[in-house]
Write a protein that binds this ligand. Structure first.
Ligand SMILES: [Zn+2]
Length: 198
């Protein structure tokens, strides 16, 4: 890991290209969701019902981003469909890539170095602890992980998630961080609280 304050596993979190890639992948995931139509009534057409978010960390300013989302056009259904995302992980206010990389780094560096990284990204200690508990407690119990973990042989160490996932994906290699985020994207759907809907 290099010493640049916002750099993790060779990735500069402030790099606009990284965020452009993530936006592009999210747009493709959204398009696939829209084309599939309503999964509830099976006849509805999905209309855009995006909402705005301001994910923290990485970029200098807290820029407004659109989270893709759709609503069914059929009366009596109107169900919301939120596509998978490589930018937004669960309901966290930080970029998903930051939640993954900072949580992974937490397993491998000294407390002092972690303090410096946290302060560079504006992440307080309690937030980092909540992330740790989410990976080790909530994530490992998700139906997604119970199925997905079988694809790793040998089995990944669940006590060092998401570092063990990052190592399995070799995220320091070009393109591999995006592959890891795509792998995690299924857990990002349907977790948005209703009050944020249209
Ligand atoms: Zn519908």
């Amino acid at each position: 890991m290099k010493s640049t304050r916002r750099e993790f596993f060779g990735h500069d979190l402030a790099n606009p290209c990284l965020h452009q890639h993530l936006r592009k992948i999210d747009a493709e995931l959204a398009q696939a969701t829209r084309q599939a139509g309503c999964l509830y009534c099976l006849i509805g057409v999905l209309h855009s019902a995006n909402y705005k978010r301001k994910p923290r960390g990485g970029q200098k300013e807290c820029l407004e981003e659109l989270r893709h989302s759709f609503c069914c056009d059929q009366d009596g259904c109107r169900k919301r469909h939120t596509p998978p995302s490589v930018r937004f992980l669960d309901r966290r206010v930080y970029w998903g890539v930051i939640v993954v990389l900072v949580s992974a780094a937490h397993h491998g560096i000294t407390p002092e170095r972690m303090r410096v990284l946290r302060e560079a990204l504006g992440i307080d200690r309690r937030t980092l602890e909540r992330w740790r508990q989410w990976w080790l407690g909530t994530f490992v119990r998700t139906p997604f992980w119970k199925v997905a973990r079988a694809r790793f042989m040998p089995l990944l160490c669940e006590k060092t998630l998401p570092l063990s996932l990052g190592q399995a994906f070799q995220i320091a290699r070009p393109g591999q961080l995006l592959q890891l985020l795509k792998f995690l994207a299924p857990i990002t759907t349907g977790s948005i609280p209703l009050e944020r809907c249209c």
